[in-house]
Design a protein around this ligand. Sequence first.
Ligand code: SF4
Length: 230
Amino acid sequence: MKIMGLQKLTLLDYPEHLACTIFLGGCNFSCPFCHNRDLVNVDPQAPTVDEDDFFSLLKKRQGILEGVCISGGEPLLHADLPVLISKIKALGYLVKLDTNGSYPERLEQLVNQKLVDYVAMDIKNAPDRYAMTAGLKELDLAPIQRSIAFLKQGVVPYEFRTTLVAEFHDMEAIEAIASWLEGDSPYYLQCFEDRDTVIQQGLHAPTREDILLFQKRLQTKIPHTYLRGL
Ligand code: SF4
């Protein structure tokens, strides 16, 4: 499996743990607000991180770093992900997985095999806006629903998270999300930041005032709704 990027140290990606992050290429979504355009549409000639170098780093940092975040792209696209994670876990690291929830069987398999310690799943939008927000013409929501239901069982620590974009999220969408996810799940709202590397230019962050209103409304049905990086 090709590792497309490596951030050697992150204080933010893995809650309460010092970690590094690897980025795997390819994604089944094409969210217009995605920052990682080059990880979604991967150039086969793009440079990659040598797997041996990555594992040398993990060996060197044992006792300093606690975790490895696996991000993308969509990491669960890769059927051989369990092999990579097993090697990481063999060195004693915690593993956090970022996912868009499209591959519930693979997610369940990793959790049941105790190969992941924390899962962050994106909730792109309310069900009736999901496809549009994922940059697709249509989308079967059943796998997303199944991933949500699985994580809500609490078999593994997890969070849901949404990147708020003014063009996609309004109070109507927020109310639909609140009804959809209702319960005790940890739910993080993060704000879109424009960058040169986004898939679609010209998008905007909602105002801080709107975000606070969204949080308040969400907390009526999802009490553990928090803001991240705001
Ligand atoms: S935001 Fe995530 S799910 Fe969406 S295109 Fe980017 S990597 Fe894929």
